[in-house]
Structure formats: C-alpha cells, structure tokens
Design a protein. Structure first.
Length: 390
C-alpha cells in the first residue's frame, strides 16, 4: 500500500507541476513561484495532503539530485570565455553582496536590540542564495545576454564566499571552544567538494561524449550526476560545489563535446518539479508570525542589503548603467543553503537555535516566493534596456 500511495502521489505532483507551469505562462509569473505556492497549498501549512512519512525520506535525495543537476549547468557557464568577459563583475558583485549582506543585517539587528552574536550568525546566513530558482528563472526567460551570463557566474560562486563567512562568524561567536572546528568544517565542505568535483569532472571530460560523438548520452549524463550526488552525500560535502566544479571542468576541458549538458537539460525538469513542490510543502508559514517584528526586520534588512550591495558591487565591477540596479533584485531568492547553515548554527549554539531556525525559515518563505518574480523582472528590464546603457 505504501508503494502505491507513493506512486499515486508522485503522479499527482507531476500533473500539478504541469498545471502550475501552464498557469505561470498565462499570468507571466516564474514557474518556480507557482510550484512553491502549489507546495504550500498541499503541504503542512495548507491542506496537508502529502503523506509525510513517505516523503520525508525521499525529499533529501530528490533535492540533492535536482540541485546537483542545476550545479552542473551553472558550472558549465564558468568557461574561460565567460570568465574573461565577466570575471571582474562576477567577483566584485559576489564579494560585495556577501560582505554587504552580512554587515548590514548584523548591524541593523544589533541596533534593534538583538544579541550581537546572534545577529552576526543571522547576517552570515542571510548571504545564501537559491541557485536553483535563479537558474530556472533565467532559463524560463529565454534571455541570454551579458547580464544573465554574469548572474550565472555570481550564483556559481557566492555561496562559496557565504560558507566561508559563515564559518568565520561561527568561529567568532564560539571563540571559547576555539576556531578550529568551524573552520575545519568549512574546509571539509568546500575543499572536499572541489576535490570530489575534480575527481568526477576530469574523467567525465575525457570519457563522455565518445559513444555518441559530440555530446554525452543520457545514460552517461545520469550516471555522472547520480555518482556526484551520492558521493557528495556519502562524504558529507556540498553537492552544489561538487557539481559546479565537475561542470566547469567538463565545459572547459571536453573540447570534443559540441553541447556537453544537453541531456541533463532534457531530464532536469521532472526533478525540479518535485524539488520546488516539496520545498514549498516544507515551508512553515507559522514562522512568519512567531517572531513578530524581528522577523519583519530581518527580512527588510536582507532586502535592503541585497539592493544596496548589488548596486555597489555592480559599480565596482564596471557593469553598464542599465544593469547596475538589477543585480540586487535578481539575487533575492534564498533556500536550502541558508537552512543548512541555520541547522549547523542551531546545533553549535543551542540556546539560540529556535530563534535562528525560525528567522531563517521565515526569510526563506518570503524570499523563495517573492524572489523569483523579482529576478524575472530584473532580467526583462535589462533585456529591454539599450545595449549601450552606461
């Protein structure tokens, strides 16, 4: 009976995802937002229609596979050509957004009376973005220009800076127990993921695309993605960073490929439907009200920080004037990486655990629903702007 319920639910989620996709096209909203709203409707905060015991065990694996596919595609954008054209903007904006978000959220919460240590951790957690949502919005928009190429590069690297900042902030807050553990954890997560990505990407760059000349077969693509995901979970490193590293190596080294990631794009969407619907189902609307004005302040501070830091970074990166105001809104979506940071912080500093988790979930609810439409609006705004807008 459990297997039949699982398969029936799976079929209904796919049908619901298809309907949400069509509705999003009709009302010109990002399909990510519609899928998240569908998840909210059928999840515990809505009609509570999902068999929780069945999906709890499945969600982690589905999420990991979906995000690894996204990571491969983002890594595929980090080619030498793209980095030579947009490298300065990618570095300037990503560093400014991470540093600016940390400082502004921390400073604002301290001024409002929050404990400085708790505020510092929340500022670091606020740096995380949702690369899956941003990548899908870019794909749905159908726009490929300087702005979307730079945006892909930023989401491919900003979570690395965010994890490093989070590790340093966690070490600062827990100085009594030393710096070693938080920094070692970050080194394991980031360094291990890069090593694993290299171990997967180098052979894949050499061997894939040989059976069917020009591009990997679907079986090759699935094998590489599933191996990368599974080994990342086994070694407890970031599957996002491992997938990006492998994707970047394949894109840069596999010169015999005509289109290295075609098959991943072909199979990605069903996984993304499940990922976003189940992510929406896991969001808890109660978190928005349980912390009252503090939750509102945290959300507003992150919003202001993204807009201001994106503007500063764009100026330092010398991007055209038509793009400068667009990076902040395009980088608003936030999801899994932030929750992961919050769980680590709550485990390390248990007395602040409930506040950290509640505020992070509250922010995720808002930015995961509101962020994709803002990103889509930013992409369309830049696409309509004059090409020489400085």
């Amino acid at each position: 009976m459990e297997h039949s319920v699982f398969l029936i639910t799976l079929g209904m989620l796919f049908m619901g995802g298809l309907a949400a996709d069509q509705v999003s096209r009709a009302i010109r909203l990002p399909r990510v937002t519609m899928l998240l709203l569908l998840g909210l409707l059928v999840g515990s905060s809505g009609l509570d229609m999902l068999p929780t015991s069945t999906w709890a065990a499945s969600f982690e694996a589905i999420s990991a596979v979906a995000l690894t596919m996204v990571a491969f595609l983002i890594g595929g954008e980090l080619t030498r050509e793209n980095l030579s054209r947009h490298g300065r903007a990618i570095m300037a904006i990503s560093l400014c957004v991470v540093a600016g978000t940390t400082v502004l959220v921390w400073g604002g919460l301290v001024l409002l009376g929050l404990d400085p240590g708790l505020a510092l951790l929340l500022g670091a957690i606020a740096t995380a973005t949702d690369p899956a949502a941003i990548a899908d919005v870019i794909r749905q928009s159908g726009v490929r220009n300087r702005f979307t190429e730079t945006l892909n590069g930023i989401v491919g690297i900003d979570d690395i800076w965010g994890l490093l900042v989070f590790a340093v902030c966690l070490a600062l807050v827990t100085q009594t127990s030393g710096w070693v553990e938080p920094l070692a954890g970050a080194a394991h997560d980031i360094g291990g993921a890069i090593l694993l990505g290299a171990a997967m990407g180098l052979p894949a760059a050499l061997l894939t695309g040989r059976l069917a000349p020009g591009e990997p077969s679907q079986t090759e693509a699935v094998a590489v993605v599933f191996l990368t995901t599974g080994l990342s979970m086994w070694f407890e490193v970031s599957f996002l960073l491992a997938g990006m590293t492998a994707g970047a190596l394949i894109a840069n080294l596999a010169r015999h490929h005509d289109y290295a990631f075609h098959e991943i794009e072909n199979i990605e969407w069903p996984f993304m439907i499940l990922f976003f619907v189940l992510a929406g189902a896991s969001l808890e609307l109660d978190a928005l009200t349980s912390m009252g004005w503090i939750a509102v302040a945290y959300i507003l501070l992150r919003l202001v920080a993204r807009l201001a830091a994106g503007e500063v970074g764009a100026r330092l990166g010398r991007v055209p004037g038509s793009e400068r105001h667009a990076y902040g809104p395009a980088l608003l979506p936030q999801a899994g990486v932030a929750v992961g940071m919050a769980l680590v912080a709550a485990e390390t500093v248990p007395e602040w655990g409930p506040a950290i988790l509640t505020l992070t979930v509250a922010g995720t609810v808002v930015f995961e629903v509101v962020g994709p439409p803002c990103a889509m609006a930013a992409i369309r705004h830049v696409a309509r702007a004059p090409l020489d807008g400085h």
